[in-house]
Write a protein that binds this ligand. Structure first.
Ligand SMILES: [Zn+2]
Ligand SMILES: [Zn+2]
Length: 265
């Protein structure tokens, strides 16, 4: 499989995952133009996309969905409640009803030669999910927008080959930063976002010999820095309980405004 972040961060999210035959986007929270530019780096166009998996209805995940769908008519999969919320979001315009496909969040499903496992997350949206994608040879997951993690989530993320994981904020930067009190509480809460430290702690459970590529994603614009995210996560791995050191794995930062490199896993 191949895997790339087209954009990742509080200002917009769109991740590409695909095999030779099947091409998926996870979320379309950036403009159609930026999705097209990102896909070009994978030598793909919007016409190659077989489906869009939507994690949840927050605007940084769905902003570009309407324009993209009206041009490319791609089926959109998400929880039924999420699709209802998206339909009510007037800013993205009218969506072709027949393209919206509700999924059972407890069950695996297939698109082309890819198996998709939805995973429920703890976040302040109506039915937030993240996704694990498998082609029988390798698997990748995109895990962002979660305030906390539990054993159930960890068990669904074992033996991955590629992972994009949320490293949203530095707790001290957030606490002393410009956000209003209620927003700070929301981000720090159980239904908020993973801090750099929590991200590193979660990685202790997920690292294994076959892990090939790790991206830290959904970095906050105001409450994080690339270097700080990277350093905090690596410290948690180096000082954590797992048997690995952070330099055993390539750990990249998925940028807000620029596509990452396309990686093979
Ligand atoms: Zn988000
Ligand atoms: Zn969100």
């Amino acid at each position: 499989m191949r895997f790339m972040s087209i954009a990742s961060g509080s200002s917009g999210n769109c991740i590409y995952v695909g095999s030779d035959k099947t091409h998926l986007l996870i979320d379309t929270g950036i403009s159609k133009k930026r999705v097209e530019e990102g896909l070009k780096q994978a030598e793909l166009t919007g016409n190659d996309i077989d489906a869009i998996l939507v994690t949840h209805e927050h605007s940084d995940h769905i902003k570009g969905l309407g324009v993209f769908l009206r041009k490319y008519q791609v089926p959109v999969y998400s929880a039924a409640e999420t699709l209802e919320e998206i339909k009510k979001t007037s800013s993205i315009g009218k969506l072709p009803e027949e393209l919206l496909i509700p999924i059972n969040s407890q069950k695996k499903f297939s698109i082309g030669d890819l198996q998709i496992l939805p995973i429920e997350t703890s976040h302040d949206a109506i039915h937030p999910l993240c996704y694990r994608v498998d082609d029988g040879k390798s698997s990748a997951a995109v895990v962002t927008d979660l305030g906390e993690y539990d054993e159930k989530l960890i068990n669904k993320l074992l033996h991955l080959d590629g992972l994009l994981i949320e490293s949203n904020h530095d707790v001290r930067m957030l606490q002393t930063g410009p956000y209003p009190y209620y927003l700070k509480q929301r981000i720090l809460g159980q239904k908020g976002h993973l801090s750099n430290e929590s991200c590193g702690k979660l990685l202790n459970y997920l690292l294994h010999d076959q892990m090939k590529e790790i991206f830290l994603g959904h970095l906050s614009d105001k409450n994080n820095l690339k270097e700080l995210a990277s350093l905090s996560v690596k410290t948690e791995i180096d000082e954590g309980f797992c048997q690995y050191k952070s330099d055993d794995f390539p750990i990249h930062i998925a940028k807000r405004q620029m596509p990452s490199k396309l990686v093979n896993i």
